[in-house]
Write a protein that binds this ligand. Sequence first.
Ligand code: HEC
Length: 144
Amino acid sequence: MGPAEEHFEKRVRPVLVRNCVPCHGAAAQSAGLRLDSRAGALKGGGRGTAIVPGNARDSWLIRAVKHDGLRMPVGGKLKEDEIAALEEWVRTGAVWPEGRGPADAPVVHWAFQPVRADGGQTIDAMLGAAMAKGGLRNTSSACQ
Ligand code: HEC
């Protein structure tokens, strides 16, 4: 692995996966943007490309994390050293080794979560409460 690949794997990919991919990846594509591949970042979202390799200032990804015209991630700001790492990555050509696919996506994908209704209640508990309200009870056996 060359220094550019190493920079990406150690200091860029983990920041993207942790802070951006939950909303810009396989599970969700806010603003039509995916940040789980170089192709996705180059394609960009409604505003156009998210990265201009070699030009951090014109890259929406960098502008967003610097709160310049857009504020990302939603509800927070990355640490200074994380922003600097992303900036350096775009400035030096946005090297993004291919080959590691969706395994990069965080395991918070909805399909891997237990089924829950709002408030952390299970579906059974919700059904039970609704049935009790309507005066209904479960029968003790399905064969009654
Ligand atoms: C909680 C969900 C969420 C997270 C996390 C998040 N974003 Fe976003 N992102 C959005 C939404 C919603 C929009 C649309 C906002 C708008 O257009 O004003 C957006 C828009 C963008 C856009 C503009 C896309 C376009 O072309 O319009 C960029 C660039 C972007 N996000 C980068 C990032 C980066 C980089 C991170 C991580 C540091 C990140 N986002 C994290 C939800 C998120």
